[in-house]
Design a protein around this ligand. Sequence first.
Ligand code: MG
Length: 376
Amino acid sequence: MRIVGIAEKSLDISRYRDPTIPSGGLTTSIVALTTDVVRQGKPITGYGFSSMGRFAQSGLIRERFAPRLLQAGDVDPLSAWAAMMKGEKPGGHGERCVAIGTLDMALWDAAAKIDGLPLHRFLQQHLGIDPGGATDVEVYASGGYPYPSNDLGRLSDEMKALRAQGYGKAKIKIGAAPLGQDLKRIETAQKTFDGAGCLAVDAMNTYDADRSLEAAKALSPLRLMWWEDVCDPLDFETQSAVTAVYPNPIAAGEALFSVAEAKLLDRHGGLRRNGDILLFDPVHCYGLPGYLRIIGALEDRGWSRRSFWPHGGHLFSLHVASALGLGGTEVNPLSFPPFGGLAGDAIVSDGRTAPPDAPGIGFELKADLIGLFERL
Ligand code: MG
């Protein structure tokens, strides 16, 4: 089984359901990885993309990692990963980890399709994980980006739409506006997600030391599910100062991409193993092999894998959370179309949902998304 072709394209990707709202110029790379395995007259092709919230990696994929992958030719995701990493130097993670993660997603999709298994089952088999645990995963709806006009009204409508899709928990963004305005956003969202621990907030790494402590005081009484991405991801001084005074769960790690950075967060961020949340993105962290190393390193330091709630909000993260028995994962039901959200007729029941049963990741069940991939 060989890789015989790799195609890549950069696409605009929007935080909003309405893509005409300016969204910071975000892009993502989509890749199609063709194999020499033919079924029903068609080659098996694996698809991947660069997860959410960062940028396309066209140059790195085309010039560095796709040629290495093609030269190695091997479809096995773990040995293909080693081929992509050959000659890479320690440190300087930049966003090469996102380029590798994008191709890694397509490798897993192709390999699971060749075996005729949904990715979560293939992962358990391939990684020697006992398949006895629950297949379904705890999820919450992610969204709530600030709107350029009528923010509170549109936020309220968005929260009601998420609730109507069956979600009992949601996460909104704060940090872009003065604290008083953000408190109004939280109050608005909590009218729909009103129970204790039903609403999380994501400050998108925007607070400096002073604003973090001011926010900690204001957010403490609000019974939030968690407070995510407080400050610059490498500002462990601020992170630990906040964690020392904020009594409720903190979530961190979304913008850290390597094992070395994960260990620094654990050592210096003040996070509490009995309630704080780890958000590392399996695509952004050099793909699944890199993500597994982070889980292993932090488990060795006393963390439970139930503390891991991978960032992403798409089907790949859902399969990973299911296969590895993680605490849960986010879903982007409305943001980042058509990459976010669940497949086809999937439903959320009692705060949980299962990954698709189709072979591979199941992008084929999302009509608008598979069209993008197939046109590659
Ligand atoms: Mg975040």
